[in-house]
Design a protein around this ligand. Structure first.
Ligand code: OGA
Ligand code: MN
Length: 303
């Protein structure tokens, strides 16, 4: 096994369930994800429970809370333990609840056809980090399920600390000190956002430039930070070299050993850390209803 690089402690992700005060942490895979048992997140939580949940979150990157019954207010309140809930405040076809600007409805029903065709609807969402196409992307997202199809629509997450830690030395040397552009013009199903041209030249991709390797503002650990593969570009390199570098980085990061897939039940809440985890979603049958509510927590500029 390769020695851990800067993140020595991540080789020690617990594999067995353990207690942290009142809560029990149940790891879901060797790489990422843990279920938290023993917390009713619809109620205000004692501060020691919040501390324990945050500790588990920093260890496992993605937390699952099952069987929750949350109003939008309770969802927003729970999210506020991890930072400031924010409105995505964007021009997009993803609907937002009118009364709660902090909540995005991730769904494939109740929309006119054009909106459906240009939102995520029932499509596959490829690996991405939420809204990394912003200069200051959100630190975290909390997705809560209200209606779930009988099959399909699983959400997978992957550990980008581990991907960084395992980078082959030559790939690390090529990525260090470099940035990539994060395409602002297309969503994670590859659909064009309103107001953008269908630009095919990666050197002209609109969007912010973020470091390929970022440091997590709370844990201080380094993670690979890739955003989305399509139309990404590494400034300063000829396009063919940029493509080759990005293909290698993505091939490395998207390995199964860094990932875990969640099969949803109604009442699940999944909290992921956009600074060190990516996620993707399987497609599902368009005739089935799938409705989730998502909050996001304000983040800082990636460094
Ligand atoms: C999202 C997202 C995945 C899903 O809302 O950002 O990627 O499972 N959703 O719907
Ligand atoms: Mn997403």
């Amino acid at each position: 096994m390769q020695m851990a690089r800067d993140n020595a402690d991540i080789t020690a992700i617990p594999q067995e369930s353990y207690d942290l005060g009142q809560i029990t942490v149940v790891p879901q895979s060797s790489a990422i994800g843990a279920e938290i048992v023993g917390a009713d997140i619809s109620e205000p939580l004692p501060s020691d429970v919040v501390v324990a949940i945050k500790q588990a979150w920093h260890t496992h990157l993605v937390l699952l809370f099952r069987g929750q019954s949350l109003t939008p207010e309770q969802h927003i309140y729970f999210s506020s333990y991890f930072g400031t809930p924010q409105s995505p405040n964007r021009t997009s076809f993803t609907p937002m609840t009118e009364k709660y600007p902090e909540i995005v409805e991730v769904m494939n029903v109740g929309m006119e056809k054009e909106r459906l065709d240009r939102s995520l609807s029932n499509a596959e969402a490829f690996w991405h980090t939420d809204m990394s196409y912003k200069e200051i992307p959100p630190a975290a997202s909390a997705l809560y399920s209200r209606e779930i199809p009988p099959e399909g629509g699983n959400t997978c997450v992957c550990n980008m600390y581990m991907a960084y830690d395992d980078l082959p030395p030559d790939l690390l040397a090529m990525a260090e000190g470099r940035t990539a552009v994060h395409d602002a013009s297309r969503n994670s199903a590859g659909r064009l956002r309103p107001g953008f041209d269908d630009e095919k030249d990666p050197q002209k991709t609109p969007g912010p430039h973020h470091p390929l390797i970022r440091t997590h503002s709370e844990t201080g650990r380094k993670a690979l930070f890739l955003g989305r593969r399509p139309y990404s570009y590494v400034p300063g390199l000829p396009v063919d070299e940029s493509e080759a570098l990005l293909d290698r980085l993505w091939g490395h990061a998207a390995q199964e050993k860094y990932a875990w897939c969640h099969s949803w039940k109604v009442g699940d809440l999944l909290l992921w850390d956009n600074r060190c985890a990516m996620h993707r979603r399987d497609p599902f049958d368009a005739s089935q209803r799938r409705i989730l509510h998502r909050t996001q927590i304000a983040g800082g500029r990636p460094y």
